[in-house]
Design a protein around this ligand. Structure first.
Ligand code: GAR
Length: 219
């Protein structure tokens, strides 16, 4: 199967972008990273992607009159690079239904919590404050409602008694960096189908079953 052309959208550090880029170097990975796009000129991930020789683009939201103009500019850039799938990786702009619908079923996001718990920001602080024992991360298809949409992959992380939001965030991020490449492989490799709110393995295999490459227990 031909590799899918993937654009990664970032706003900052870009550790998830790096994880995807590194996974996509494997000859049998079903996706290639054809563009890294940032909405912020100073995003550290953008400099890293440039240094790797990847195609990069800056679409600065501040340089556009409104959200629609910004999204139209992103859309033009994505189309110019022959984008087939979009991965949001720490992309911190809300997207309009117009843009989301253009990429329906072809755009993934990673969120630092076990959705549908803890949508939005400050997920680690809120998890600790609530006293939950298990936290984690989610890769899901993007729908117009923020932090909703069919779940492709999740991983759990135990909350420790002495956890701080930063310590917990670091352990969750390690798992994010593992599940995002796995989720993208499932989608780009057309190994999954979406049925309503559920993402199911083709051929009746269960998501999370040990047939998936690279699975390991949560930390
Ligand atoms: C990640 O923890 C990601 O889950 C989160 O931003 C961080 C980006 O890190 N995304 C969101 O909160 C989106 N709502 P990274 O730039 O190192 O990938």
């Amino acid at each position: 199967m031909k590799k899918k052309r993937v654009a990664i959208l970032i706003s900052g550090r870009g550790s998830n972008m790096r994880a995807l880029v590194e996974a996509a170097r494997a000859p049998d990975y079903p996706a290639e990273i054809s563009l890294v796009l940032s909405n912020r000129p100073q995003a550290a991930g953008l400099a890293w992607a440039k240094a790797q020789g990847l195609a990069t683009a800056l679409v600065d939201h501040k340089a556009h009159a409104d959200r629609e103009a910004f999204e139209r500019a992103m859309q033009t850039t994505l189309e110019a690079h022959g984008t087939e799938l979009v991965c949001l990786a720490g992309f911190m702009r809300l997207l309009t239904p117009w843009f989301v619908e253009k990429w329906q079923g072809r755009m993934l996001n990673i969120h630092p919590a076990l959705l549908p718990l803890y949508r939005g920001l400050h997920t680690h602080e809120r998890a600790i404050a609530d006293g939950v024992k298990v936290h984690g991360c989610t890769v899901h298809f993007v729908v117009p409602e923020m932090d909703e949409g069919p779940i492709v992959e999740q991983e759990t992380v135990r909350v420790r008694d002495d956890d701080t939001p930063d310590a917990l965030a670091a352990r969750v991020l390690e798992q994010e960096n593992r599940i995002y490449p796995r989720a993208l492989a499932l989608v780009a490799g057309e190994q999954v189908v979406v049925r309503g709110n559920r993402v199911l393995m083709r051929e009746g295999r269960e998501p999370g079953a040990p047939t998936r490459a690279g699975r390991s227990p949560s930390s």
